[in-house]
Design a protein around this ligand. Structure first.
Ligand code: ADP
Length: 667
């Protein structure tokens, strides 16, 4: 719970608060197609409970009619023509009824269990898949926040909460209703006066439950908080183990963990003390009802007259039925607190589920979006401006909360205050290589994320083959672009499956050819099972250089017209670097390629080099031109440390001054 409840979950909350009657919506949207399961489950449940009430009633009747021979054999709703005539037959009839009732209870309970679970789990299966699909379609800004934990808990905890409610709580409340009502009907039918006396316990037990829930709730809240604190403490300490050891603060950390753990212990005991009061309390009420019934019924039977203000008669059989049934309403009533708890949880969980489902998509295809088929890859940035909005760029509560239109875009976005990209224009002709150089945080990656349309520009526009990317089908735009980054992500699965990812129809020859082009074939063949070796969590671990070559192979196989190479500082050895560079050069040869370069040596031959600083292009040209110009690029080249981040601050300042001069010159 820790992460889910402590994070600033503003985006979720905004949509969550607008969810109207979430459980009703859950039934409407997801329950309807599965209602037959619910109906069968409820019906079997009602019958099972009713059948379970039968044996004590039969016993009572048998005592009166068969053993004591006081009355005729008459069962509540059973027409007399079904009842056998002789006492022996009536005895066997009773035995058959009792066995039949137990059998029916067993079979019906099984049916209700299967049906109710089918309902709950089918509903939740659909909810889970739907929520995941919705989640995948959400824009990047949604994932930029710290919401992974919370999103995960929607698909995990919240789904479990709802499952529990739909299955247990719903059926337990049916059981509760049937038992209390059924017992009341039977008792009142037999002896209304004694029934009234016995059933006084029910409202008392409900009142007790209400008191219990009100008292325990705040204790549960503190318990949840303290377990969250404890987990945070432990996680923190474990991930900071190196710091703890190097600063010698073990005993300080132990103290902190001890305090957090003790707080959790204390809060848990506060809950448990009360919890252990509840069951016995409920049993005490039931016991008092039992004792009262026994006292009053016993006096009634032994004296033969109704005690006190009571009137009428009571038979021994009725007395036995009363005593048996009095004990039967404790268990279902004790479920009340669980049912209410589960209901509250389910309400909150379905709010979260629908809150997630209601987050709108901003980046959608325009109505008449064109498909980018067989693109040439000419890319033009025209006075592009962009800033990361803080969270939902058009959250509810804003003046304009309609989705940003696919073209245009709001003019009052974060970019106006603090643009990450400011007035960037350049053109990459088909097949050209454009390299971006500049300090960390300058905006190089952001520029290329805009091309992938992970975010929409705030002003200006980006076009591919003459189409503004907001007028291109997003799927076809993205499939025209290959993205190779240093921290290549590989899924758990075989090498071949990972290379094939995104082009699932590729055959083995194509996969091998792609790996050869990516200089990966050799190391793959040396893996225990070659192309069928499992990598990732349960398989072989690969080095950074190997992962990157697989990711290059994946891109080779996809054969995109446009390529983005995010060449982050790598710590691969020189030989591997050469291999990677060779395969990248091969990959880039006939495509429009954008390189985010850290090693300037790799981009010497680029058609255009753009030097980016603070979201603006401060120098542009070919390598030789830029060197001749003796500006920031020339200095960077001179340092040749490769890693611009390591430049001394004074140097960067001088570069900025020079930039100011250049801008002035241009004017
Ligand atoms: P570079 O690739 O040149 O290192 P980036 O494009 O990654 O730079 O980052 C440019 C600026 O945008 C930085 O100030 C960075 O902190 C900020 N930034 C990057 N990604 C996000 C994001 N998802 N949300 C908010 N700000 C971001």
């Amino acid at each position: 719970m820790g992460a889910a409840e402590t994070d600033d979950d503003s985006v979720f909350e905004q949509y969550r608060d607008r969810v109207d009657r979430p459980l009703g919506r859950l039934f409407r949207e997801y329950g309807t197609p599965e209602l037959h399961w619910l109906a069968v489950g409820m019906f079997a449940n009602v019958l099972a409970r009713a059948a379970s009430l039968l044996p004590p009633v039969v016993l009572g009747v048998a005592i009166d009619a068969v053993f004591l021979d006081r009355t005729d054999y008459s069962l509540l709703f059973l027409p007399t023509r079904f009842v056998p005539a002789t006492e022996t037959d009536q005895f066997w009839f009773s035995v058959a009824l009792i066995v039949g009732a137990f059998l029916a209870t067993a079979v019906l309970t099984w049916i209700y269990g299967v049906a109710a679970n089918n309902f709950a789990h089918r509903v939740m299966h659909t909810v889970r898949v739907d929520s995941f699909e919705k989640l995948q379609s959400l824009d990047m800004w949604f994932f930029d926040g710290k919401q992974t934990g919370e999103v995960m808990s929607v698909l995990d905890n919240d789904a479990t909460n709802l499952e529990r409610f739909l299955d247990n709580a719903l059926q337990n409340s049916v059981r509760l209703g049937v038992m209390v009502l059924g017992i009341a009907v039977v008792l009142f039918a037999q002896n209304p006066q004694l029934a009234a006396l016995t059933l006084v316990a029910v409202p008392l037990m409900v009142g007790f439950t209400w008191w219990f829930m009100r008292t325990v709730e705040p204790r549960y809240t503190s318990q949840r908080e303290s377990v969250g604190d404890l987990n945070t403490r432990l996680e923190n300490a474990l991930s900071g183990m190196q710091l703890i050891k190097t600063s010698g603060t073990e005993s300080y950390e132990s103290d902190r963990v001890r305090d957090a753990s003790f707080a959790y212990f204390r809060d848990t005991m506060a809950v448990l003390r009360l919890n252990y009061l509840y069951r016995p309390g409920m049993e005490l009420f039931a016991g008092l009802a039992f004792a009262t019934t026994f006292l009053v019924g016993g006096l009634w039977l032994t004296t033969g007259t109704a005690p006190g203000p009571l009137t009428g008669t009571l038979s021994a059989g009725e007395f036995v039925t009363f005593l048996f049934l009095t004990q039967r309403f404790t268990a279902p009533l004790a479920e009340v607190s669980n049912i209410v708890d589960s209901y509250e949880n389910a309400k909150a969980s379905s709010e979260r589920v629908f809150g997630l489902q209601d987050v709108p998509r901003r980046i959608t295809d325009a109505d008449e979006a064109v498909e980018l088929s067989d693109p040439d890859g000419r890319v033009v940035y025209d006075r592009v401006r962009f800033g990361y909005a803080d969270g939902d760029p058009a959250a509810p509560g804003d003046d304009d909360n309609s989705a940003l239109s696919a073209t245009g875009g709001s003019q009052t976005r974060a970019a106006d205050l603090d643009p990450v990209i400011d007035d960037v224009s350049f053109t990459a002709e088909s097949g050209e290589t454009v390299a971006f150089v500049g300090p960390t945080g300058a905006g190089k990656s952001t520029l290329l994320k805009l091309l992938l349309r992970l975010y929409d520009v705030d002003a200006g526009g980006i076009s591919v083959d003459g189409h503004d990317i907001r007028e291109i089908e997003t799927a076809s735009l993205r499939s025209a672009i290959g993205y190779v980054s240093q921290d290549a992500f590989l899924f758990d699965g075989t090498v071949a499956a990972n290379v094939r990812y995104g082009r699932f129809d590729a055959d083995r020859e194509a996969v091998v050819a792609a790996c050869e082009a990516a200089e990966a074939d050799e190391f793959v063949r040396n893996l225990p099972e070659g192309y069928d070796t499992r990598i990732g969590e349960r398989g072989v671990k690969l080095s950074g250089g190997q992962r990157q070559r697989l990711s290059i192979a994946r891109t080779v196989l996809r054969d995109p017209a446009i390529l983005i190479l995010d060449e982050a500082t790598s710590d691969v050895d020189t030989e591997t670097e050469l291999l990677i560079q060779r395969s990248l050069d091969r990959l880039a040869a006939d495509r429009t390629t954008f390189v985010i370069a850290h090693r300037l040596s790799t981009i010497r031959d680029a058609d255009t080099i753009l030097v980016v600083e603070d979201g603006e292009i401060v120098e542009r040209g070919e390598h030789d031109e830029l060197l001749a110009r003796d500006g920031l690029y020339a200095k960077l080249w001179g340092v040749q440390a490769g890693e611009i981040e390591s430049l001394p601050e004074t140097f960067l300042n001088r570069a900025r001054e020079r930039r100011a001069e250049t801008v002035a010159d241009d004017d």
